[in-house]
Design a protein around this ligand. Structure first.
Ligand code: CO
Length: 488
C-alpha cells in the first residue's frame, strides 16, 4: 500500500498556475484539430461560464471568483464543432477596460489600488456575471448570485443587458447561479427552480419556479434567522433544500476597506449546519434541522425514499478566512481542507439528520443525468484530484456507481486539469449512464484548452473525442447544454 504521506504531487504548481492566466481575446472558429470523432448524434450547444480575466491590465485580482465572466459556446452539428467565447459586457467590465485599471472592489477581496483609503465605504461591488450560464425560455442568461442575470444573444454571445425576467426581478434583486431543472413528468414540460437570497441579520429566501417558456408558475419566500451564504440548492418533488453554513459575517473590515465581503466570513466550527427544507407547495411549513458543522458550496442531488430525504453534498471541514488571503496562485493546497462527498439522511417525522462520508477523495463539481435531478440516481460524476487523499487540483473525472460501489476514473494528470463535467444523455438513451460527459480541460503541456467528450458508460475507454482549441480558457465554473445549435 502506498504511503499517502510521502506520495509525490501529481502536478506542478507552475502548470496549475498557467491555467489561471487571463484570456483577453474573443474568438470564433470551427475546431479542426480533433482526436477521435465527434458523434454525429451529438447536436446542440455546450455553454460554459467562468472568469476570463485574472488581472486588469496587469493588476492582479485577489480571487478567481472576482474575475470578469467570459462565456464559451461549443456548438455541435453533424460531427463538427464551432467554438466561440465572449466576455459578458457588464458595466464593470466595460468601464475597467476603458480605464485600463481596477475600478471596483470584488466580493472576494479584490481592492482598488491605493490601500484601504481608496476602498473605505465603497460598497459598490461589480456584477461580474461569471458563475453560471442558462438557456431557458429562449433567453441565454449569464448568472452571478450577487445580482440580476445578464442576458446574452445565444447566436453570437453578445451582451444584451441586465435581465429582469419580464419584470419578475426587482432592480438589484439577486438570482442564484445554481438553478435546478425538474424534468417534465406526465407529459408536462420541464420546470426551472431558482432562488434569490437577501441576507443580513436575518435572511429571506425567495424561490421562483418557471415553466419551459420562462413564465413564472410560483414564487414563495421564507425568512430564516442569521446571515446566510447559500450558493446552491437541491430539489425533490416536494422540497427545495438548502444548507446554511455555520458562518458569521463581520462586515467591519469590508466597510473599512481592508477586505472583500467574502473575506469577512468566519466559520464557526462549534455551530451546526442548518438544513432548511422549504415545501414547494408554497405552504409555510418550513423545517430547519441541525446537522454536522461543515461548509458546502455544491450539492450533487437529493431524493425522497421511504419517507426520508437524502442529500449528497460536497462538504469542507471548515472554511477559513485564510483560504481567501494572499495571492490565490500561491495557494498551499495542503493547508486547506479538501471537499469530500457526504450523504445526509433527513427524517422529517423524527426531525433528525444522519450523515456519512461516501467518497473521501478530493472532489468538486458533481453532475448527473439531468433526468435524475430530484430523484434517486445510480450514477454520479465529478471532478477529482489525481491523488487519492488530501487536497489537490482537479485532474480527473470520477464516476461512482452507487449500486455496485464501483468507481471509474478518467485522468488527464500530470499536466492536464479538469473542472465540471456535464452529462448529456444520448438521444435515445435507455440506461441512466447512456450519455456523454462534456468538459473543458486545461492542457499545460500545450498551454491550451481541450473540449473532451467521454462515453459516460465507460470512463476507462479512450475519450470519444478530444477537441484541441487554438487557445486556452482559464479554469471555469459552471456549464449547461441545450439541444439548440448556435454555431456559425
Ligand atoms: Co457553483
Amino acid at each position: 500500500m502506498t504511503n499517502l504521506q510521502t506520495q509525490k504531487p501529481k502536478y506542478t504548481l507552475q502548470d496549475w498556475q498557467r491555467g489561471y492566466e487571463s484570456q483577453p481575446n474573443e474568438y470564433d472558429y470551427w475546431i479542426d484539430n480533433i482526436e477521435g470523432e465527434i458523434p454525429k448524434d451529438l447536436n446542440g450547444t455546450f455553454f460554459r461560464n467562468g472568469p476570463g480575466l485574472l488581472d486588469i491590465n496587469g493588476q492582479s485580482i485577489a480571487h478567481p471568483f472576482d474575475g470578469d465572466g467570459m462565456v464559451c459556446s461549443i456548438s455541435f452539428k453533424n460531427g463538427r464543432a464551432f467554438f466561440r467565447n465572449r466576455f459578458v459586457k457588464t458595466e464593470g467590465y466595460v468601464a475597467e477596460k476603458a480605464a485600463g485599471k481596477i475600478l471596483y472592489r470584488g466580493v472576494f477581496g479584490t481592492q482598488r489600488p491605493g490601500g484601504w483609503l481608496a476602498n473605505i465605504f465603497d460598497l459598490k461591488s461589480k456584477n461580474i456575471a461569471n458563475t453560471g450560464i442558462l438557456y431557458w425560455g429562449d433567453k441565454l442568461l449569464a448568472l452571478w448570485e450577487g445580482a440580476q442575470p445578464h442576458r446574452l444573444n445565444p447566436q453570437n454571445l453578445e451582451t444584451i443587458g441586465i435581465e429582469d425576467l419580464d419584470g419578475i426581478l426587482r432592480s438589484g434583486q439577486t438570482f442564484s447561479a445554481h438553478p435546478r431543472i425538474e424534468k417534465g413528468k406526465d407529459g408536462k414540460g420541464d420546470i426551472l427552480v431558482n432562488f434569490s437570497v437577501k441576507t443580513g441579520l436575518s435572511s429571506i429566501i425567495t424561490i421562483f419556479e418557471f415553466n419551459s417558456q420562462g413564465k413564472l408558475l410560483k414564487r414563495y419566500s421564507h425568512s430564516i434567522p442569521g446571515f446566510a451564504f447559500l450558493h446552491d440548492m437541491v430539489i425533490t418533488p416536494n422540497y427545495c433544500i438548502f444548507f446554511q453554513n455555520p458562518v458569521s459575517l463581520n462586515p467591519l473590515p469590508f466597510l473599512l476597506g481592508f477586505k472583500g465581503a467574502g473575506q469577512c466570513l468566519k466559520f464557526l466550527p462549534n455551530k451546526s449546519t442548518q438544513v432548511i427544507l422549504i415545501p414547494r407547495d408554497g405552504s409555510k411549513e418550513m423545517k430547519v434541522l441541525p446537522t454536522q458543522p461543515c461548509f458546502v458550496f455544491h450539492h450533487a442531488n437529493a431524493w425522497e425514499e421511504n419517507g426520508e430525504i437524502y442529500v449528497d453534498s460536497i462538504c469542507y471541514e471548515s472554511f477559513s478566512q485564510g483560504d481567501l488571503a494572499g495571492d490565490f496562485r500561491e495557494v498551499n493546497f495542503d493547508a486547506i481542507p479538501e471537499g469530500q462527498l457526504w450523504r445526509f439522511k433527513i427524517n422529517l417525522s423524527e426531525n433528525n439528520v444522519e450523515h456519512k462520508l461516501v467518497e473521501s477523495r478530493c472532489c468538486e463539481f458533481p453532475t448527473l443525468n439531468p433526468n435524475n435531478v430530484g430523484k434517486a440516481n445510480r450514477y454520479l460524476f465529478m471532478g477529482v484530484a489525481e491523488q487519492l487523499s488530501g487536497n489537490a487540483p482537479l485532474q480527473a473525472i470520477l464516476k461512482i456507481d452507487w449500486l455496485t460501489g464501483k468507481r471509474q476514473v478518467f485522468s488527464v494528470a500530470p499536466r492536464g486539469f479538469t473542472g465540471e463535467p456535464l452529462f448529456v444523455p444520448f438521444p435515445n438513451g435507455v440506461n441512466e449512464d447512456d450519455g456523454w460527459l462534456l468538459m473543458l480541460m486545461y492542457d499545460a503541456a500545450e498551454n491550451r484548452s481541450d473540449v473532451v467528450i467521454l462515453d459516460a458508460r465507460d470512463l476507462e475507454k479512450e475519450p470519444v473525442a478530444r477537441l484541441h482549441l487554438k487557445n486556452h480558457i482559464p479554469y471555469g465554473l459552471h456549464g449547461s447544454f441545450t439541444s439548440h445549435y448556435f454555431g456559425e
